[in-house]
Design a protein around this ligand. Structure first.
Ligand SMILES: *Cc1c(COP(=O)(O)O)cnc(C)c1O
Length: 356
């Protein structure tokens, strides 16, 4: 039986994407070849790549606005270094907002390149809120932030107004909510949180901002070379790009970002209402910063842990354990998780309450 999959990533994808992917592994486009064995230079795969890139711009509302789309490898973690390579000037400076473990990892990489100012951090509170009062130095080459903190269950609800190019790690909430995406110079996201299987990273870049650092870049690090090679400077992640395309097509059928945003809001409202109502549970993130994607919560009395774990496992729920740095539980409610799965979780929380 299919589980209610709350895994933080790799995560649940739409059932039809699993089915279409399975079919393409057996016979891709009735070509007599598997998607796993075709050339990335074949006409059929070039069409996949082109449609995926176009669909990203369409869904984000960025068509005709000077943005380029790349599907790269190395995960979001590789973008932690591609970003300073491509945006930090020699003798320049970068500004970072530290809102979690991933933000801290991005900062660590930038520090290898040059002066990196952390404009604000919520580290002292174990990242349970998003800092809001900070100043971005006008001379910074770029400002980097993390829209959704997967581990700590916080999400930026607004972004600073600044003339400094804004770069955002959207790994765990890309395509989940409407934003003015044109406020960003660059957006990146590992596929495996909300777009597809692990193995490719989406990068969306305002092209005119590239090529200004005075650095000589290694080819694989160079966004301009990757753009020129149309994400095929070397062999791309053929299957993850194809499965991502299927997920984007599914998203378009849901009414795009505006359509899925309503469902995501309903799922988050249902779960947070129960966390706040049920006397056995408490949330760990500041209420105004709560993520609609990853809800983090605890049992007030850890003595109920064994009973609760047995209940949700018996209900067919998987992947609910919190990250080791927070403990407790984390319910990741990415785009493909149905509202019914959240209702099942809420039912088990109520069942626990009745049994005590
Ligand atoms: C998971 C995650 C990453 C790391 O992604 P990889 O693809 O494993 O490198 C980076 N940032 C955020 C916000 C994440 O959730």
């Amino acid at each position: 039986m299919k589980k209610h999959n709350y895994s933080a990533g790799p995560c649940i994808l739409p059932q039809e994407v699993f089915e279409q992917s399975a079919q393409a592994i057996l016979d891709f486009n009735q070509s007599g070849l598997s998607i796993l064995e075709i050339s990335h230079r074949s006409k059929d795969f070039i069409a996949v790549m082109e449609e995926a890139r176009a669909l990203v711009l369409e869904l984000l509302g960025l068509e005709g606005k000077g943005y380029q789309v790349l599907f790269l490898q190395g995960g979001a973690s590789m973008e932690f270094l591609r970003v300073p390579y491509n945006f930090m000037k020699v003798d320049g400076k970068a500004a970072y907002l530290e809102t979690g473990t991933w933000a801290a990892n991005a900062i660590k990489e930038a520090q290898l390149f040059g002066e990196t100012e952390v404009v604000a951090s919520s580290k002292a509170a174990n990242f349970n809120y998003i800092p809001k009062d900070y100043t971005i130095p006008a001379e910074a080459d770029y400002f980097h932030c993390t829209s959704n903190n997967t581990i700590f269950g916080t999400q930026m609800k607004s972004f600073p107004k600044t003339d400094v190019p804004m770069i955002c790690d959207m790994s765990s909430d890309i395509f989940s909510r409407s934003l003015d995406f044109s406020q960003f110079a660059l957006i990146y996201a590992g596929a495996q949180k909300n777009m597809g299987p692990a193995g490719t990273t989406l990068v969306v870049i305002k092209e005119e901002l590239l090529g200004k650092t005075g650095r000589t870049l290694p080819s694989m690090m160079d966004y301009q070379k990757q753009i020129k090679g149309e994400s095929m400077y070397n062999t791309p992640a053929v299957f993850p790009v194809y499965a991502s395309l299927l997920t984007l097509q599914w998203l378009k059928k849901q009414g795009g970002i505006a359509g899925i945003e309503k469902i995501n809001a309903a799922k988050a409202a249902l779960l947070y209402a129960e966390i706040d109502r049920n006397p056995l549970f408490e949330g760990t993130a500041a209420i105004e910063d709560r993520s609609t994607m990853n809800a983090t919560f605890l049992l007030k009395d850890p003595a109920h842990t064994e009973k609760f774990d047995a209940l949700w496992k018996a209900a067919g729920i998987s992947g609910l354990n919190g990250h080791r740095s927070v403990g407790g539980y984390r319910a990741s409610m990415y785009n493909a998780l149905p509202l019914e799965s959240v209702q099942i979780l809420v039912n088990t929380m109520q069942e626990l309450e009745r049994s005590i």
